[in-house]
Design a protein around this ligand. Sequence first.
Ligand code: EGV
Length: 384
Amino acid sequence: VSTWSYTPPTAFSGAVAGGNLTQLETLALNSRLNVADGHARQEPTAGQMKVIQDLPELFVEASGKPVEELERAAFGAYLRLLGQHSFPTRPGRVLSCYSSSVAMEIVARSLATATDSMALIHPTFDNIPDILKGVGLRLVPLSEADLHHGDLTRIPLTGGVFVTTPNNPTGRVLSEPRLRELALSCASRDEVLVLDTSFRGFDTRAQYDHYAVLEDSGCRWIVIEDTGKLWPTLDLKVGWLVLSEGLGLPVPEVHSDILLGVSPLVLAMLRGFAEDAERGGLAELHRFVAANRELVRSALADVPGVSYPDTGSRGSVERIGLGDRSGMDTWAALQTRNVYALPCGPFFWNDPAEGDHMLRIALARPTPVLTAAVEVIRSVLLGR
Ligand code: EGV
Protein backbone atom coordinates (compact mmCIF):
# COMPACT_ATOMS: atom_id res chain seq x y z
CA VAL A 1 0.00 0.00 0.00
CA SER A 2 1.64 3.24 -1.08
CA THR A 3 1.49 6.30 1.14
CA TRP A 4 0.77 9.73 -0.27
CA SER A 5 3.36 12.34 0.38
CA TYR A 6 2.04 14.47 3.17
CA THR A 7 2.10 18.25 3.42
CA PRO A 8 0.51 19.66 6.57
CA PRO A 9 -1.99 22.41 5.66
CA THR A 10 -0.15 25.40 7.12
CA ALA A 11 -3.30 27.29 8.05
CA PHE A 12 -4.01 24.58 10.60
CA SER A 13 -0.55 23.76 11.87
CA GLY A 14 -1.21 25.68 15.09
CA ALA A 15 -4.63 24.13 15.61
CA VAL A 16 -3.69 21.02 17.53
CA ALA A 17 -3.56 22.33 21.07
CA GLY A 18 -6.93 23.80 21.91
CA GLY A 19 -8.29 23.09 18.44
CA ASN A 20 -11.58 21.43 17.64
CA LEU A 21 -12.23 18.01 16.14
CA THR A 22 -12.81 19.35 12.63
CA GLN A 23 -9.42 21.06 12.69
CA LEU A 24 -7.88 17.71 13.55
CA GLU A 25 -9.86 16.19 10.68
CA THR A 26 -8.52 18.87 8.36
CA LEU A 27 -4.96 17.88 9.23
CA ALA A 28 -5.81 14.36 8.09
CA LEU A 29 -7.25 15.22 4.69
CA ASN A 30 -4.02 14.83 2.74
CA SER A 31 -2.96 11.56 4.32
CA ARG A 32 -3.99 8.27 2.77
CA LEU A 33 -4.17 6.80 6.27
CA ASN A 34 -6.95 9.18 7.29
CA VAL A 35 -9.24 7.46 9.78
CA ALA A 36 -10.19 10.76 11.40
CA ASP A 37 -13.40 12.16 9.91
CA GLY A 38 -16.72 10.35 9.86
CA HIS A 39 -17.37 11.06 6.19
CA ALA A 40 -17.88 8.15 3.81
CA ARG A 41 -14.62 7.42 1.97
CA GLN A 42 -15.01 3.76 1.09
CA GLU A 43 -14.81 2.58 -2.53
CA PRO A 44 -18.15 2.94 -4.33
CA THR A 45 -19.88 -0.37 -4.93
CA ALA A 46 -20.78 -1.52 -8.45
CA GLY A 47 -24.33 -0.20 -7.97
CA GLN A 48 -23.04 3.18 -6.78
CA MET A 49 -20.53 3.33 -9.63
CA LYS A 50 -23.47 3.02 -12.02
CA VAL A 51 -25.03 6.18 -10.52
CA ILE A 52 -21.68 7.98 -10.77
CA GLN A 53 -21.37 6.97 -14.42
CA ASP A 54 -24.88 8.30 -15.02
CA LEU A 55 -23.96 11.77 -13.71
CA PRO A 56 -23.89 13.45 -17.16
CA GLU A 57 -27.44 12.19 -17.85
CA LEU A 58 -28.53 13.17 -14.33
CA PHE A 59 -27.17 16.66 -15.01
CA VAL A 60 -29.36 17.02 -18.08
CA GLU A 61 -32.36 15.56 -16.26
CA ALA A 62 -31.83 17.89 -13.28
CA SER A 63 -31.59 20.93 -15.55
CA GLY A 64 -34.97 20.19 -17.05
CA LYS A 65 -37.13 19.43 -14.01
CA PRO A 66 -38.70 21.65 -11.34
CA VAL A 67 -36.50 21.63 -8.22
CA GLU A 68 -39.48 20.83 -6.04
CA GLU A 69 -40.01 17.58 -7.91
CA LEU A 70 -36.33 16.58 -7.58
CA GLU A 71 -36.36 17.52 -3.90
CA ARG A 72 -39.48 15.52 -3.18
CA ALA A 73 -38.11 12.50 -5.04
CA ALA A 74 -34.74 12.55 -3.26
CA PHE A 75 -36.19 13.22 0.19
CA GLY A 76 -38.93 10.62 -0.26
CA ALA A 77 -36.56 7.93 -1.52
CA TYR A 78 -34.12 8.59 1.33
CA LEU A 79 -36.70 8.64 4.11
CA ARG A 80 -38.63 5.61 2.85
CA LEU A 81 -35.33 3.72 2.63
CA LEU A 82 -34.75 4.45 6.31
CA GLY A 83 -38.25 3.54 7.50
CA GLN A 84 -39.50 7.11 8.04
CA HIS A 85 -42.84 6.53 6.34
CA SER A 86 -44.76 9.27 8.19
CA PHE A 87 -42.46 12.05 7.00
CA PRO A 88 -44.32 15.29 6.26
CA THR A 89 -45.29 15.95 2.67
CA ARG A 90 -46.84 19.42 2.88
CA PRO A 91 -44.84 22.22 1.26
CA GLY A 92 -42.74 24.21 3.72
CA ARG A 93 -42.18 21.35 6.15
CA VAL A 94 -38.85 20.25 4.58
CA LEU A 95 -35.94 22.57 3.80
CA SER A 96 -32.80 21.44 1.98
CA CYS A 97 -29.34 22.58 3.15
CA TYR A 98 -25.84 21.97 1.87
CA SER A 99 -24.95 19.95 4.96
CA SER A 100 -26.34 19.04 8.37
CA SER A 101 -24.02 21.58 10.03
CA VAL A 102 -25.56 24.34 7.90
CA ALA A 103 -28.96 22.99 8.93
CA MET A 104 -27.86 23.12 12.58
CA GLU A 105 -26.65 26.68 12.28
CA ILE A 106 -30.08 27.61 10.94
CA VAL A 107 -31.77 25.75 13.81
CA ALA A 108 -29.49 27.45 16.35
CA ARG A 109 -30.16 30.95 15.02
CA SER A 110 -33.89 30.24 15.01
CA LEU A 111 -33.89 28.87 18.56
CA ALA A 112 -31.90 31.85 19.82
CA THR A 113 -34.82 34.14 18.92
CA ALA A 114 -37.01 32.25 21.40
CA THR A 115 -34.79 30.97 24.22
CA ASP A 116 -31.41 31.42 25.86
CA SER A 117 -30.75 27.79 26.84
CA MET A 118 -30.86 24.20 25.54
CA ALA A 119 -30.18 20.74 26.89
CA LEU A 120 -27.67 18.89 24.68
CA ILE A 121 -26.61 15.26 24.63
CA HIS A 122 -23.18 14.56 26.16
CA PRO A 123 -20.91 13.41 24.57
CA THR A 124 -21.41 14.42 20.96
CA PHE A 125 -19.39 15.85 18.05
CA ASP A 126 -18.00 19.19 19.26
CA ASN A 127 -19.24 21.35 16.41
CA ILE A 128 -22.80 20.94 17.74
CA PRO A 129 -22.13 22.62 21.12
CA ASP A 130 -19.93 25.14 19.32
CA ILE A 131 -22.72 26.08 16.87
CA LEU A 132 -25.29 26.34 19.67
CA LYS A 133 -22.95 28.36 21.90
CA GLY A 134 -22.03 30.51 18.90
CA VAL A 135 -25.52 32.03 18.85
CA GLY A 136 -25.38 32.69 22.59
CA LEU A 137 -27.28 29.68 23.92
CA ARG A 138 -26.36 28.37 27.37
CA LEU A 139 -26.03 24.58 27.26
CA VAL A 140 -27.05 22.03 29.85
CA PRO A 141 -25.36 18.63 29.37
CA LEU A 142 -27.69 15.64 29.09
CA SER A 143 -25.68 12.46 29.68
CA GLU A 144 -26.47 9.33 27.68
CA ALA A 145 -27.33 7.57 30.95
CA ASP A 146 -29.90 10.25 31.83
CA LEU A 147 -31.23 10.40 28.28
CA HIS A 148 -31.81 6.66 28.06
CA HIS A 149 -32.65 5.72 31.65
CA GLY A 150 -33.02 8.85 33.78
CA ASP A 151 -36.06 10.63 35.13
CA LEU A 152 -36.87 13.08 32.32
CA THR A 153 -38.66 15.45 34.70
CA ARG A 154 -35.30 16.12 36.35
CA ILE A 155 -33.65 17.57 33.22
CA PRO A 156 -33.41 21.32 33.91
CA LEU A 157 -36.09 23.24 32.04
CA THR A 158 -34.67 24.99 28.95
CA GLY A 159 -36.00 26.07 25.57
CA GLY A 160 -35.34 22.69 24.01
CA VAL A 161 -33.60 19.33 23.99
CA PHE A 162 -31.05 18.43 21.31
CA VAL A 163 -30.31 14.74 20.78
CA THR A 164 -28.09 13.03 18.22
CA THR A 165 -29.37 9.50 17.51
CA PRO A 166 -27.56 7.26 16.79
CA ASN A 167 -25.07 9.30 18.74
CA ASN A 168 -21.61 10.25 17.51
CA PRO A 169 -19.21 8.71 18.57
CA THR A 170 -20.97 6.16 20.81
CA GLY A 171 -23.56 4.80 18.36
CA ARG A 172 -26.23 4.80 21.11
CA VAL A 173 -29.74 4.77 19.62
CA LEU A 174 -32.79 6.38 21.21
CA SER A 175 -35.39 3.60 21.39
CA GLU A 176 -38.95 4.09 20.19
CA PRO A 177 -40.51 4.00 23.70
CA ARG A 178 -37.90 6.43 24.98
CA LEU A 179 -38.39 8.82 22.04
CA ARG A 180 -42.12 8.77 22.85
CA GLU A 181 -41.45 9.59 26.52
CA LEU A 182 -39.03 12.36 25.60
CA ALA A 183 -41.41 13.85 23.03
CA LEU A 184 -44.31 13.80 25.52
CA SER A 185 -42.08 15.41 28.12
CA CYS A 186 -41.15 18.16 25.64
CA ALA A 187 -44.83 18.63 24.80
CA SER A 188 -45.80 19.08 28.43
CA ARG A 189 -42.84 21.38 29.20
CA ASP A 190 -43.21 23.31 25.93
CA GLU A 191 -39.64 22.56 24.86
CA VAL A 192 -38.62 22.08 21.23
CA LEU A 193 -37.24 18.59 20.55
CA VAL A 194 -34.39 18.61 18.02
CA LEU A 195 -33.11 15.32 16.62
CA ASP A 196 -29.92 14.95 14.60
CA THR A 197 -30.23 11.60 12.84
CA SER A 198 -27.16 11.86 10.60
CA PHE A 199 -25.99 8.33 11.42
CA ARG A 200 -29.37 6.57 11.25
CA GLY A 201 -28.62 4.90 7.92
CA PHE A 202 -26.13 2.56 9.56
CA ASP A 203 -28.43 1.17 12.20
CA THR A 204 -31.77 -0.53 11.60
CA ARG A 205 -32.62 0.07 15.28
CA ALA A 206 -32.78 3.80 14.41
CA GLN A 207 -35.12 3.16 11.47
CA TYR A 208 -38.47 2.87 13.24
CA ASP A 209 -40.89 5.58 12.13
CA HIS A 210 -39.74 8.58 14.21
CA TYR A 211 -42.21 10.92 12.48
CA ALA A 212 -45.19 8.84 13.61
CA VAL A 213 -43.98 9.10 17.22
CA LEU A 214 -43.25 12.82 16.96
CA GLU A 215 -46.56 13.68 15.29
CA ASP A 216 -48.48 11.68 17.94
CA SER A 217 -46.74 13.39 20.84
CA GLY A 218 -47.98 16.88 20.03
CA CYS A 219 -44.57 18.40 20.80
CA ARG A 220 -42.82 20.98 18.66
CA TRP A 221 -39.94 19.30 16.88
CA ILE A 222 -37.19 19.62 14.29
CA VAL A 223 -35.38 16.68 12.71
CA ILE A 224 -32.08 17.09 10.88
CA GLU A 225 -31.72 14.33 8.29
CA ASP A 226 -28.35 14.01 6.57
CA THR A 227 -27.27 11.99 3.56
CA GLY A 228 -23.63 12.93 4.17
CA LYS A 229 -22.35 10.04 6.25
CA LEU A 230 -23.63 7.12 4.24
CA TRP A 231 -22.34 7.05 0.69
CA PRO A 232 -18.98 7.87 -0.91
CA THR A 233 -20.23 10.90 -2.86
CA LEU A 234 -17.16 13.14 -2.41
CA ASP A 235 -19.15 15.27 0.03
CA LEU A 236 -22.00 15.92 -2.38
CA LYS A 237 -24.83 15.69 0.13
CA VAL A 238 -27.90 17.29 1.62
CA GLY A 239 -28.93 18.10 5.17
CA TRP A 240 -32.72 18.29 5.45
CA LEU A 241 -34.51 20.35 8.05
CA VAL A 242 -37.83 18.68 8.78
CA LEU A 243 -40.21 20.84 10.81
CA SER A 244 -43.29 20.18 12.92
CA GLU A 245 -46.53 22.01 12.34
CA GLY A 246 -46.82 25.11 14.53
CA LEU A 247 -43.11 25.22 15.35
CA GLY A 248 -43.25 28.93 16.15
CA LEU A 249 -39.62 29.54 15.15
CA PRO A 250 -38.37 31.57 12.17
CA VAL A 251 -36.62 28.58 10.56
CA PRO A 252 -37.81 29.27 6.97
CA GLU A 253 -36.75 32.92 7.31
CA VAL A 254 -33.27 32.07 8.64
CA HIS A 255 -32.93 29.36 5.99
CA SER A 256 -33.68 31.99 3.35
CA ASP A 257 -30.98 34.23 4.85
CA ILE A 258 -28.41 31.47 4.28
CA LEU A 259 -29.34 29.84 0.99
CA LEU A 260 -31.82 29.59 -1.84
CA GLY A 261 -31.53 25.85 -2.28
CA VAL A 262 -29.18 22.96 -2.98
CA SER A 263 -28.02 21.79 -6.38
CA PRO A 264 -30.65 19.89 -8.40
CA LEU A 265 -27.82 17.67 -9.64
CA VAL A 266 -27.02 16.63 -6.06
CA LEU A 267 -30.70 15.90 -5.44
CA ALA A 268 -30.96 13.76 -8.58
CA MET A 269 -27.77 11.89 -7.67
CA LEU A 270 -28.93 11.24 -4.11
CA ARG A 271 -32.20 9.78 -5.38
CA GLY A 272 -30.06 7.39 -7.44
CA PHE A 273 -27.98 6.41 -4.40
CA ALA A 274 -31.12 5.91 -2.30
CA GLU A 275 -32.70 3.69 -4.96
CA ASP A 276 -29.52 1.64 -5.20
CA ALA A 277 -29.50 1.29 -1.39
CA GLU A 278 -33.12 0.11 -1.55
CA ARG A 279 -32.12 -2.59 -4.05
CA GLY A 280 -29.67 -4.13 -1.55
CA GLY A 281 -26.97 -1.49 -1.26
CA LEU A 282 -27.93 -0.59 2.30
CA ALA A 283 -27.62 -4.17 3.54
CA GLU A 284 -24.30 -4.43 1.71
CA LEU A 285 -23.11 -1.26 3.47
CA HIS A 286 -24.12 -2.68 6.85
CA ARG A 287 -22.09 -5.83 6.15
CA PHE A 288 -19.14 -3.72 5.04
CA VAL A 289 -19.12 -1.60 8.22
CA ALA A 290 -19.58 -4.68 10.43
CA ALA A 291 -16.63 -6.41 8.73
CA ASN A 292 -14.43 -3.33 9.14
CA ARG A 293 -15.40 -3.10 12.82
CA GLU A 294 -14.49 -6.75 13.29
CA LEU A 295 -11.20 -6.20 11.47
CA VAL A 296 -10.26 -3.41 13.92
CA ARG A 297 -11.29 -5.36 17.00
CA SER A 298 -9.42 -8.49 16.03
CA ALA A 299 -6.27 -6.63 14.93
CA LEU A 300 -6.03 -4.98 18.36
CA ALA A 301 -7.33 -7.94 20.38
CA ASP A 302 -4.02 -8.81 22.01
CA VAL A 303 -2.96 -5.24 22.85
CA PRO A 304 -2.92 -4.89 26.65
CA GLY A 305 -5.40 -2.34 28.04
CA VAL A 306 -7.38 -1.86 24.83
CA SER A 307 -11.17 -1.97 25.16
CA TYR A 308 -14.29 -1.21 23.12
CA PRO A 309 -16.71 0.99 25.04
CA ASP A 310 -19.41 0.82 22.35
CA THR A 311 -19.96 -2.92 22.01
CA GLY A 312 -23.41 -2.50 20.46
CA SER A 313 -22.54 0.28 18.02
CA ARG A 314 -23.28 -0.19 14.32
CA GLY A 315 -22.17 3.29 13.30
CA SER A 316 -19.37 4.03 10.87
CA VAL A 317 -17.01 5.10 13.66
CA GLU A 318 -15.52 3.06 16.49
CA ARG A 319 -14.16 4.17 19.83
CA ILE A 320 -11.10 2.44 21.18
CA GLY A 321 -10.45 2.57 24.93
CA LEU A 322 -6.72 3.11 25.43
CA GLY A 323 -6.34 2.02 29.06
CA ASP A 324 -3.77 4.30 30.74
CA ARG A 325 -2.63 5.95 27.52
CA SER A 326 -3.85 9.46 26.76
CA GLY A 327 -5.88 10.04 23.60
CA MET A 328 -3.95 13.16 22.68
CA ASP A 329 -0.52 11.51 23.17
CA THR A 330 -1.66 8.55 21.10
CA TRP A 331 -3.00 10.91 18.43
CA ALA A 332 0.39 12.68 18.32
CA ALA A 333 2.36 9.42 18.10
CA LEU A 334 0.13 8.20 15.26
CA GLN A 335 0.38 11.49 13.45
CA THR A 336 4.19 11.23 13.21
CA ARG A 337 3.53 8.00 11.25
CA ASN A 338 0.98 9.63 8.95
CA VAL A 339 -2.00 7.96 10.63
CA TYR A 340 -4.79 10.31 11.69
CA ALA A 341 -7.49 9.36 14.18
CA LEU A 342 -9.40 11.54 16.68
CA PRO A 343 -8.78 11.86 20.42
CA CYS A 344 -12.16 11.65 22.20
CA GLY A 345 -11.75 14.43 24.79
CA PRO A 346 -13.51 17.14 22.70
CA PHE A 347 -16.62 14.95 22.22
CA PHE A 348 -17.17 15.40 25.96
CA TRP A 349 -17.84 19.09 25.48
CA ASN A 350 -18.73 19.68 29.11
CA ASP A 351 -15.93 17.58 30.62
CA PRO A 352 -13.16 16.62 28.16
CA ALA A 353 -11.39 14.57 30.84
CA GLU A 354 -14.12 11.92 30.43
CA GLY A 355 -12.87 11.20 26.91
CA ASP A 356 -9.14 11.48 27.63
CA HIS A 357 -8.27 7.82 27.28
CA MET A 358 -10.09 7.04 24.06
CA LEU A 359 -9.54 7.33 20.34
CA ARG A 360 -12.18 7.40 17.59
CA ILE A 361 -11.44 5.81 14.26
CA ALA A 362 -13.49 5.89 11.08
CA LEU A 363 -14.70 2.63 9.57
CA ALA A 364 -16.08 3.99 6.29
CA ARG A 365 -12.77 3.54 4.53
CA PRO A 366 -11.42 1.11 1.92
CA THR A 367 -10.50 -2.04 3.81
CA PRO A 368 -6.78 -1.86 2.78
CA VAL A 369 -6.57 1.68 4.21
CA LEU A 370 -8.18 0.60 7.46
CA THR A 371 -5.94 -2.48 7.69
CA ALA A 372 -2.80 -0.38 7.20
CA ALA A 373 -3.94 2.30 9.67
CA VAL A 374 -4.83 -0.25 12.34
CA GLU A 375 -1.46 -1.96 11.90
CA VAL A 376 0.23 1.36 12.78
CA ILE A 377 -2.18 1.94 15.68
CA ARG A 378 -1.28 -1.52 16.94
CA SER A 379 2.49 -0.83 16.88
CA VAL A 380 2.05 2.55 18.57
CA LEU A 381 -0.11 1.03 21.34
CA LEU A 382 2.45 -1.75 21.80
CA GLY A 383 5.12 0.94 22.18
CA ARG A 384 7.01 -0.14 19.07
C1 EGV B 1 -17.53 13.38 12.15
C2 EGV B 1 -17.37 17.99 10.40
C3 EGV B 1 -18.21 20.26 10.44
C4 EGV B 1 -18.28 16.80 10.56
C5 EGV B 1 -17.46 15.59 10.95
C6 EGV B 1 -18.25 14.58 11.70
N1 EGV B 1 -18.15 19.06 9.89
N2 EGV B 1 -17.49 20.59 11.45
N3 EGV B 1 -19.05 21.09 9.92
O1 EGV B 1 -18.94 16.51 9.37
O2 EGV B 1 -18.13 12.61 12.89
O3 EGV B 1 -16.37 13.20 11.79
O4 EGV B 1 -19.41 14.70 11.98
